[in-house]
Design a protein around this ligand. Structure first.
Ligand code: ADP
Length: 201
């Protein structure tokens, strides 16, 4: 089994790289998707978040009001830290269980973990290689605004609330520069997928 960790700042193109990897046959584990799963009503992390942030963060439908929570944490770094300290352990737990289940069923292909934060436990200590998707700040802002219908200020605030680009590059075995077209990105991903990386752990 080969485990690739795909990471990078918001709007760099992680999800697009993961989609390409999926098309190539990899099993993709999406940390953002798992984050939504572990924070749905009835889950432990949901209760912990409500206890910590208050019932006003439960929306009309009984789900977390993610928009309201995002507005809070992306303008208060200490609150973002607190939220992450609740969710990360549950996300990591689930990721490790998914990998374990794949190993037990004898899966011998590629697994890609798509995660916005390259945490030590459950990501860096789990993957065989780290691919960092990198794009220029202005390109990322434009993509975030278009994808998520955000204002310029909101997109900038999302970027600023994340770890620095240099911190991503510091853990990279491969850097995938994504300032060009999706076709160029596809070519780069296909090449890496079929290469035996020199940098692999
Ligand atoms: P991330 O997961 O890192 O936040 P995404 O993969 O969702 O980033 O990409 C952000 C947005 O930019 C998406 O709407 C995606 O379709 C688009 N995108 C990604 N790469 C390119 C590219 N090379 N050219 C044009 N649009 C792109």
């Amino acid at each position: 089994m080969r485990i690739i960790g795909v990471t990078g700042g918001i709007g760099s193109g992680k999800s697009t790289v993961s989609r390409i990897l999926e098309d190539l046959g990899a099993v993709v584990i999406d940390a953002d998707k798992i984050s939504r799963e572990v924070t749905s009503p009835g889950e432990q992390a949901f209760n912990e978040i409500v206890n910590c942030f208050g019932e006003e963060y439960i929306g009309q439908n009984g789900q977390l009001d993610r928009k309201k929570l995002a507005a809070l944490v992306f303008s208060h770094p200490d609150k973002l830290k607190l939220l992450n300290s609740i969710t990360h352990k549950h996300i990591i737990d689930r990721i490790l269980k998914m990998i374990d289940a794949k190993a037990k069923e004898g899966y011998n292909g590629v697994i890609a973990i798509d995660a916005p934060i390259p945490v030590e436990h459950g990501f860096l200590d789990t993957v065989d290689e780290v691919w960092v998707v990198d794009a220029e700040r202005d390109v990322r802002i434009k993509r975030i605004m278009e994808r998520s219908n955000m204002s310029y200020e909101e997109a900038v605030s999302r970027i600023n609330s994340q770890i620095a680009q240099s911190d991503y590059l510091a853990v990279a075995n491969e850097v995938i520069e994504n300032n060009g077209s999706v076709e160029e990105l596809e070519q780069k991903v296909v090449k890496l997928y079929f290469s035996k990386s020199e940098n692999r752990k």
